[in-house]
Design a protein around this ligand. Structure first.
Ligand SMILES: NC(=O)c1ccc[n+]([C@@H]2O[C@H](COP(=O)([O-])OP(=O)(O)OC[C@H]3O[C@@H](n4cnc5c(N)ncnc54)[C@H](OP(=O)(O)O)[C@@H]3O)[C@@H](O)[C@H]2O)c1
Length: 375
């Protein structure tokens, strides 16, 4: 494992952080984590040098924090830095700050969270929490020892990102970043801005939620011709940058944990080879020619009041329009196989999902396009 520093905090943190948002599940049910396998994966990661874990209140409907708490029993807790996040959408009044943190400590089975982040800061949630006095409350929680360092995770445009960076003496921020998101959300501009100010920048969605791990069609041909592995190359592209503190990966199988630890062990600033830089340039160009919906399957839009499985609909849609041919036929069949209430055609245009999407996708407007393509 390679270790890196976290901005002005310094320290020695593994280049690869474990993102506990995509744990293995039973029968495809997101809330039903395959606990024995997840715990084995987490402990294997710690035993092989990973010392940073990221979770949050809503992941796996609360099971992520609980299962991570179980994995950290038996002395594992002391070997890692533990990060979780305050969910603003669960806050109605300032008293909820304490209620939520105490609930998280109980779920995580510990009395101290090392990194406490405000979750999913965007135009709606930042002013909401700030005006409710969140910064004073965070300092109080740090004073009484329940939390350590203070940060925020971010999904909005770079101007708001800079405003939040400048609003407080944060230790860390967490941004969505990968070779397809250089100009999306905080982007490269935000990465450099926060890093210059001494913040640790933790990268999330390094594979765009897994999309970059499964290239098809012409993109697959580019990777094959290069002889490079698309996952390893995408991760190395991030570790190559001095401004990136560490990269979180949401690993959903033991093999992915092994592969990504091996990648992290080979990582380093300024080590990306010309061949990899050129291959990524060609892939960026090719993806740039396809107009897909930028859904990362984070599932913040769920549950839909009508029952539509929004991320699945976008996944089928994107795959169909990106690759066409048999992929289109296959995904039309998969769409037809969904229960009727889960298909895009069941959307009632209530627009609740639009507000929740961290990518600002106009979900409700796109549902009819999805049904036209797949239905
Ligand atoms: N604060 C926020 O707002 C927020 C939002 C998003 C994420 N996060 C955090 O950031 C973490 C990382 O983001 P992410 O989970 O979206 O990461 P990601 O790396 O972009 O996507 C993870 C997915 O990539 C695929 N993958 C990972 N390693 C692979 C490998 N070696 N080979 C093949 N496929 C591989 C898997 O897809 P399959 O499951 O399809 O195999 C996995 O589920 C999350 O787990 C979470 O802790 C935070």
């Amino acid at each position: 494992m390679q270790y890196r520093t976290l901005g002005k905090l310094g320290g020695e943190f593994s280049a690869l952080g474990f993102g506990a948002m995509r744990l293995p599940v039973v029968n495809g049910q997101n809330a039903n984590v395959n606990e024995p396998e997840a715990i084995e994966m987490m402990r294997y990661a710690i035993d092989n040098g990973v010392n940073y874990f990221d979770t949050a209140h809503p992941y796996h409907s609360g099971a992520s924090e609980r299962v991570l708490g179980q994995a950290l029993a038996g002395g594992y807790r002391d070997r890692i830095t533990l990060a979780t996040k305050l969910p603003p959408w669960e806050v109605k009044e300032p008293a909820d700050f304490d209620r939520l943190l105490n609930e998280q400590l109980a779920r995580l089975n510990c009395d101290h969270i090392d990194m406490y982040l405000l979750h999913c800061m965007q135009w709606k949630w930042w002013p909401f929490l700030r005006d409710m006095g969140i910064l004073d409350w965070l300092e109080g929680a740090r004073g009484d020892g329940r939390i350590g360092q203070i940060g925020f995770s971010f999904h909005d445009n770079v101007n708001l990102f800079k405003e939040i960076v400048d609003a407080y003496d944060w230790t860390l921020c967490q941004i969505q970043y990968n070779y397809m998101n250089e100009d999306v959300q905080a982007g490269t501009e935000g990465l450099k801005y926060a890093s210059d100010k001494g913040l640790a920048v933790i990268v999330m969605e390094p594979l765009l939620g897994g999309v970059l791990a499964e290239p098809g069609g012409e993109v697959d041909e580019i990777w094959s011709a290069s002889g490079l592995d698309p996952v390893d190359t995408a991760l190395q592209w991030l570790w190559n940058k001095p401004e990136v503190s560490l990269v979180l990966s949401g690993m959903s199988s033991p093999q992915q944990v092994k592969d990504n630890i091996a990648s992290a062990s080979r990582s380093g600033v300024g080590t990306l080879e010309t061949q990899a830089i050129e291959a990524i340039g060609r892939v960026q160009e090719k993806y740039g020619q396809i107009a897909t919906v930028p859904c990362t399957k984070c599932r913040y839009c769920m549950p839909c009041p009508s029952g539509v499985d929004i991320p699945v609909n976008f996944e089928y849609y994107n795959t169909a329009i990106t690759f066409g041919g048999t992929a289109r036929t296959l995904h039309r069949n998969l769409y037809a196989g969904l229960p009727e209430t889960q298909r895009a055609s069941a959307c009632t245009q209530c627009e609740q999902c639009d507000e929740k999407c961290p990518q600002s996708i106009a979900i409700s407007q796109l549902m009819s396009d999805v049904d036209k393509e797949l239905g």
